[in-house]
Write a protein that binds this ligand. Structure first.
Ligand SMILES: [Zn+2]
Length: 178
């Protein structure tokens, strides 16, 4: 007997986005995966059965690996946050992304506004130790994101521009590199 259509499909969702890790939402953890690979596989196969594409919010390095194992159509952010909060691009995972054929929505502007505000403030007054720590972590986040996008672009990974919210979709290579 056919199962009932999922609620999101009934409500008209064009695609299904999954929070594969925390981050970007209140009290969530960007360094941790939020689903098992088996759970992700069920989500992807159910979405595909209903002819919906799937995209997944992946800040944690492990969540990127899990999303590739599950077969998502698109990866959002791809920020390589480690469990100890450090950030590091992993070439072997980058190669897996390129080989998978999935798209990437890297949201590389994330953090720039906060960084600019801190740099402006630093010109007129000294930063608190918390602000200084935030400034350092934003610089690392942005540098890692730029490295990731550059490496993926070199491997011809198809990309879209996104900010994690409602956004018109363009091919990044035409927007940035043309
Ligand atoms: Zn997201």
């Amino acid at each position: 007997m056919p199962k009932e259509r999922p609620a999101l499909v009934k409500e008209g969702a064009d695609f299904i986005k999954v929070m594969g890790s925390g981050g970007g939402t209140y009290i969530t953890q960007p360094r941790l995966s939020y689903f098992t690979v088996d759970e992700l596989k069920v989500i992807v196969s159910e979405a595909h059965r209903h002819e919906r594409r799937t995209t997944v919010h992946v800040l944690a390095t492990q969540s990127i690996i899990d999303a590739l194992d599950a077969g998502f159509d698109c990866l959002e952010h791809v920020e390589f946050v480690e469990t100890d909060w450090s950030r590091k691009y992993h070439p072997e995972i980058g190669t897996r992304i390129a080989d998978s054929g999935c798209w990437v929505s890297p949201t590389i502007m994330s953090g720039h506004r906060r960084l600019q505000r801190l740099l402006v403030k630093r010109q007129v007054e000294s930063l608190t130790s918390e602000e200084q720590a935030l400034l350092t972590s934003l610089k690392i986040k942005i540098a890692t994101n730029f490295e990731t996008v550059g490496r993926l672009y070199d491997m011809k990974v198809p990309m879209v521009v996104g900010n994690g919210r409602n956004q018109r979709v363009w091919r990044l290579r035409f927007l940035v590199w043309s």
